[in-house]
Design a protein around this ligand. Structure first.
Ligand code: ADP
Length: 192
């Protein structure tokens, strides 16, 4: 089983690239942002709770996010593997994910970070906001807050996974196809 984490700042292309990886390696793609947005659109209890945090560009509390993630994984017991996109975003989430996977005799195979310049990210997010109507993409101060959340709470995960020798980096500037190929090259390193 291959269990990948796609890592990177908001707008780094995790969702776009996850679609290509999913098709090539027959994996289940779990985007925590997409699951939250789906719940918001259906006005579920989870959606109502997540909305207030997401609109400001804050992280949703760990306990809520972890429970939701575990429920998503449990929906496909026969999966060949998972792509986690947008999760984990805090050290507690990473520790809980390891514990959860261990309890199923599974583990994270690798984490791949998409490296993109911050000025390019801001342009991408503003354009995405225009196209999608996403509230958290439409306002520079919310975007800035998401980068701050990343720097404060998420970037520490790099060391968490480096210490397990699972951390890889890929240049995320350039054409979409080029970036996919770079990702495939890294994933193929662990496929026997
Ligand atoms: P992006 O990474 O491009 O900002 P996402 O769709 O992955 O977009 O996430 C959007 C928002 O959803 C985040 O700003 C946060 O509020 C919430 N969210 C997503 N994943 C998590 C998580 N693992 N923990 C806490 N909040 C999350």
């Amino acid at each position: 089983m291959i269990n990948l984490i796609l890592f990177g700042k908001p707008g780094s292309g995790k969702g776009t690239q996850a679609e290509f990886i999913k098709k090539k390696y027959d994996l289940i793609h779990i985007s925590t942002g997409d699951v939250f947005r789906y719940n918001i659109s259906k006005q579920t209890d989870l959606g109502l709770l997540a909305k207030s945090y997401m609109e400001k560009g804050d992280l949703v509390p760990d306990n809520v996010t972890i429970q939701m993630l575990e429920a998503e994984v449990n929906k496909t017991p026969n999966a060949k593997g998972f792509i986690f996109d947008g999760f984990p975003r805090t050290t507690l989430q990473a520790e809980m994910l390891d514990e959860f996977l261990n309890s199923k005799n599974l583990s994270i195979s690798m984490i791949i970070a998409l490296e993109v310049d911050e000025n390019i990210l801001i342009d991408r997010l503003i354009n995405r906001g225009i196209a999608s109507g996403r509230a958290d993409d439409q306002d520079r101060s919310k975007i800035q807050n998401r980068f701050e959340e990343y720097n404060k709470k998420t970037s520490t995960l790099i060391n968490y996974y480096k210490s397990q020798n699972k951390f890889f980096e890929v240049e995320g500037n350039g054409e979409i196809d080029e970036i996919s190929q770079r990702l495939f090259n890294v994933i193929d390193l662990i496929i026997k």
